[in-house]
Each structure stands twice: as structure tokens, then as C-alpha cells.
Write a protein that binds this ligand. Structure first.
Ligand SMILES: Nc1ncnc2c1ncn2[C@@H]1O[C@H](COP(=O)(O)OP(=O)(O)OP(=O)(O)O)[C@@H](O)[C@H]1O
Ligand SMILES: [Mg+2]
Length: 143
């Protein structure tokens, strides 16, 4: 588990949101992403106005795909497991949602906050770049 690679931030953040009194289940979005994995159309840019739930969605995506923290408790009773979504995945020849949950290395970088000791853009980007390289070399030392 690293700072950026397989960070626990998405899981922890999404678990907090999902346990709140008012929670909207947007897990059906995952069934839009799954068929795109491994294709040329696998890149998504989700744009919405401020406070429309983009970060929560990013955390949900990270928590679902990331392989180090068992995400069953967050997803097993959600729409992604419903018969309707299961049918949709089967029609797209994607198998079951469970074939994708906790199966990927996820890089998660939050660009919305700059740490206090970063005085310039270059300091900030270097910090992200070095942190990411360190995570990658810890996980894949043979590369
Ligand atoms: N699925 C959801 N169910 C319940 N509350 C949600 C959900 N998604 C977002 N919220 C709430 O809405 C608020 C804004 O969400 P979020 O921070 O994800 O928005 P954002 O689009 O990333 O905002 P910003 O543009 O400011 O970064 C948060 O308080 C969050 O708890
Ligand atoms: Mg946000």
C-alpha cells in the first residue's frame, strides 16, 4: 500500500460516504466502465459542476477496482450486484462484477489540495512524481 499506488484513501473515503444517512447509490456507473477496460476507449473524464459528487465517484471507482482492501462490504448490496446490471455485463461479454472487484492496481492522485510546503508547481509535481516512482519500485522491484 503506497501513497499513490493502492492507497487506502479511496476505500476509507467511500466507506465514510456510504455509511452516512443520505447516500445515493451510483455504483451502476461501474458497469459503464467495466466494458471499456483494456479497450482504446478506456479513458474517462468525468466533468460535473462543483459539489456534484466527482470526488465521491472517484473514490468509489478506486475502492471497487483496487486490490488490497476487500471491498465486498461496500458493494455487495448495491446496484452493481443487481440482476439488471448483471444482465447488462453479461450482454457485454464481461462476466460478473466480481471478476473486476479488487482485481487491479490503482493509482490515485488528488490534485485538489497542494501540501503546505509546496511553494511552486514544480515542487508539487516533483513530489508526486517521486512518490509515484517510489510506490512503483516498492511494489515492482524487479522492474
Ligand atoms: N453518492 C452520494 N451520496 C450522498 N452524498 C454524496 C454523494 N456524492 C457526493 N455526496 C456529497 O456531496 C458533497 C460533494 O461531493 P464531492 O466532494 O464528491 O463533489 P465534487 O464534485 O468532487 O466537488 P468539487 O468540485 O468541490 O471537488 C459531499 O459533501 C458529499 O458527501
Ligand atoms: Mg472534488
Amino acid at each position: 500500500m503506497g501513497l499513490f499506488l493502492n492507497s487506502r484513501i479511496p476505500f476509507d473515503s467511500y466507506r465514510t460516504t456510504a455509511s452516512e444517512k443520505y447516500f445515493v447509490d451510483k455504483t451502476a456507473l461501474l458497469a459503464e466502465l467495466i466494458p471499456a477496460l483494456g479497450t482504446n476507449q478506456r479513458f474517462f473524464c468525468i466533468t460535473r459542476p462543483r459539489r456534484f459528487g466527482k470526488s465521491v465517484m472517484a473514490n468509489m471507482i478506486g475502492a471497487f477496482f483496487e486490490k488490497t482492501i476487500d471491498a465486498r462490504c461496500l458493494f455487495e448490496k448495491r446496484k452493481i450486484t443487481s440482476p439488471e446490471i448483471s444482465r447488462k455485463l453479461l450482454e457485454a461479454s464481461c462476466g460478473s462484477y466480481a471478476d473486476y472487484m479488487n482485481h487491479y492496481d490503482v493509482i490515485y492522485i488528488d490534485f485538489s489540495r497542494i501540501p503546505e510546503n509546496c511553494a511552486s508547481y514544480h515542487t508539487y509535481i516533483n513530489r508526486v512524481s517521486h512518490g509515484l516512482k517510489r510506490d512503483l519500485s516498492d511494489k515492482f522491484p524487479y522492474l
